[in-house]
Design a protein around this ligand. Structure first.
Ligand SMILES: Cc1ncc(C[n+]2csc(CCOP(=O)(O)OP(=O)(O)O)c2C)c(N)n1
Ligand SMILES: [Mg+2]
Length: 324
């Protein structure tokens, strides 16, 4: 699989087939890691992202190559949607040296590919806002084009870093998109039961920035919302908040049976693969699925063939070796 980034203008955007293919790959990685968690091939921590694929796919569909991303942690959708090779994504999770971070941080995701604008993430949830804010400030000071996306969940919107960075980003009109995947849960804490507002988007008004809510099951709708936000941001008007309403189909982690969930939670559920797939010819859709399955098998074997790292990696890549 090639590692080409998504583009900004409608004519430069990857075709729907490419984005559907990435969505199928991301769903396949869900299946793989459930299987590998159960049989202990994977001994780390997997946050299932099944059901949420429309968000990451939609975000990356709207971005340009010069944009930078602090990805949202659930599943492997964001790096796959941006065009990262599944071999790298899987090898990183397995802690192998053939991953993008060469075996550091295996067990939970630490994907990085600066050529795709995948800048990594923070060590704990909510730190992405701070690092993303720094990246956006660097873009502004250096006069570099594009925007920075800081991805986060509804639970993470409650971290102080959200407020602190947003206050500053507004003051400096930083090119920063706050993109929230609101799946209604922070582990077992219900957003509806604990939030004083019905949405996260409406909190944007308190900061004087635009905030919109979009249907996260519909990748094309997410793409259009992010494209509008991007236009606002690149015109120098400062940050923007997009909230994608979605569903966490699985547990918080693989093995969480979710007894805390209401029985009617999925009554209105629409699967993002069905929604995006409906715009494709059925034969083309099946061909993409078949091709993706074979590719993913090959990538999984390639990732598994990598060695675990030796101690020599510990001091490698601690400091930047180039100025930008
Ligand atoms: C600062 C911090 N607190 C707690 C955790 C543990 N933790 C991991 S995922 C998670 C739930 C976050 O909920 P949300 O932001 O809604 O994202 P979701 O898991 O629903 O995708 C928590 C509490 C963490 N990683 N970092
Ligand atoms: Mg959540």
């Amino acid at each position: 699989m090639t590692t080409e980034a998504a583009a900004a203008t409608p004519t430069e955007r990857p075709p729907v087939e490419t984005m559907f293919h990435r969505m199928v790959i991301a769903r396949g990685i869900e299946d793989l890691f459930e299987k590998w968690t159960a049989d202990r091939t994977f001994q780390g921590w997997w946050h299932p992202g099944r059901g949420q694929e429309g968000s990451g796919i939609g975000v990356m569909w709207a971005l340009a190559p010069e944009d930078q991303i602090m990805w949202y942690h659930r599943g492997a959708i964001w790096p796959i949607a941006r065009g990262m090779s599944p071999t790298l994504v899987i090898a990183d999770l397995l802690g192998r040296i053939n991953g993008s971070v060469h075996g550091k941080g295996g067990g939970s995701p630490h994907w990085v590919d600066h050529s795709l604008g995948l800048m990594g993430s923070g060590g704990t949830l909510g730190t992405a806002h701070v690092i993303g804010g720094g990246l956006a400030l660097a873009k502004q000071v250096l006069g570099n084009p594009g925007i920075v996306v800081s991805g986060f969940g509804d639970g993470t919107s409650a971290r102080g870093t959200f407020h602190e960075t947003l206050i500053q980003a507004v003051a400096w009109k930083l090119p920063l998109l706050y993109f929230c995947e609101n799946n209604g849960w922070s582990v077992s804490t219900s957003f509806a039961r604990t939030s004083g507002t019905a949405t996260i988007a409406e909190r944007a008004a308190a900061y004087g920035i635009p905030g919109v809510t979009v249907d996260g099951q519909d990748a094309a709708a997410v793409r259009d919302a992010v494209a509008a936000a991007r236009e606002h941001i690149v015109s120098g008007r400062g940050p923007y908040l997009v909230e994608s309403k979605t569903y966490r189909l699985g547990g918080h982690y693989f093995g969480d049976v979710g007894k805390y969930r209401p029985p009617d939670e999925f009554d209105a559920y629409r699967d993002p693969l069905d929604v995006l797939g409906a715009s494709l010819d059925p034969t083309a859709r099946e061909n993409i699925r078949t091709r993706a399955r074979a590719e993913l098998d090959a990538c999984a074997q390639e990732a598994l063939a990598g060695d675990l790292p030796g101690p020599e990696v510990i001091f490698a890549n601690l400091y930047a070796e180039e100025s930008r």
